[in-house]
Design a protein around this ligand. Structure first.
Ligand SMILES: [Fe+2]
Ligand SMILES: [Fe+2]
Length: 282
């Protein structure tokens, strides 16, 4: 939150009240309300799931979504771990991490926004009888969104590439682009969620179109496509999926560095350190 963002609601609560003995409280209340309002909008616009109790939705246009940009104190592509989704508008203190963190530790301690979504997607892949690499790709496909949402397929594949097979990285990299392109034969329809996120009249740009064409012809097309099919936003609340079910799978498919993720001097170790410590000021 920049100083200018903080000033704005204070100014709107100003006038005579700003000079009265209670002005400080008034201004603080106005600031609080404005911040909460921004955060609630953020949760409904950029969250992993539709807003609770959302009924039939009216989707905005691309132009209407663009017009909202300058009303926010954050960019929509920001990692989910960097802003509060709690009603009090505050982020929580994170539990400490082990000296040599494993992937399972990250699931337990650092994926509050994406972990359940990924577990549910992997569970769906299991139910569909997908092969182990695809189940594994589903398990990891969105975890990078804790630190970066924009272009997350590419960020996610990059962060995981040193530790997973080429096909798993391929599935994670390209699931993002394939989400925009229905494939009726495979049983994948364009998601309503994307009409809400990108605008009802959104048309994928040329780069996405070309990426789609490239992946469509690739021998591993099935892998990212299966991730998109298992990429669920609406879960059965009665189905609880825990990481325990996938610990053996992780053992077979993840090259866990002995020093711990973030300590292994790989070209992407810093990304894991950022996820482990998003409170680092620099
Ligand atoms: Fe995704
Ligand atoms: Fe997803």
């Amino acid at each position: 939150m920049s100083p200018s963002d903080r000033n704005e609601p204070v100014a709107s609560a100003g006038g005579d009240a700003a000079q009265s003995p209670t002005s400080h409280e008034t201004r603080a209340d106005a600031l609080e309300r404005k911040l909460l309002d921004q955060l609630n909008k953020a949760a409904s616009n950029g969250g992993m799931h539709p807003p609770a109790g959302a009924g039939p939705q009216k989707f905005l246009t691309v132009a209407e979504l663009d017009a909202q940009i300058s009303t926010r104190a954050y960019r929509r592509g920001v990692g989910r771990g960097f802003w509060s989704r709690s009603p009090d508008g505050r982020v929580s203190r994170l539990p400490s991490m082990p000296q040599a963190p494993t992937l399972v530790d990250f699931f337990a301690l650092r994926l509050p926004n994406t972990g359940n979504h990924c577990l549910q997607s992997a569970n769906k892949a299991l139910q569909r009888g997908a092969d182990e690499e695809i189940v594994f790709a589903c398990l990891l496909h969105d975890i990078v969104q804790e630190i970066m949402c924009a272009d997350h397929g590419y960020w996610g594949a990059q962060m995981l590439e040193p530790y997973v097979s080429e096909r798993v990285a391929f599935a994670i990299r390209y699931h993002q682009a394939l989400r925009f392109f229905p494939d009726e034969k495979a049983g994948y329809a364009y998601p309503a969620m994307y009409r809400r996120l990108f605008g009802e009249d959104y048309v994928p740009d040329r780069r996405l179109q070309e990426t789609h064409q490239f992946v469509r012809k690739h021998r591993w097309y099935d892998a990212p496509r299966e991730v998109t099919i298992c990429d669920l936003y609406a879960f059965d609340p009665k189905v609880v999926v825990t990481i325990d079910r996938f610990v053996d799978l992780i053992g077979r498919h993840f090259k866990q560095p002995r020093e711990g993720l973030g300590n292994d001097d790989s070209p992407v170790a810093h990304m894991w350190r950022t996820m482990a410590n998003p409170d680092a000021p620099l």
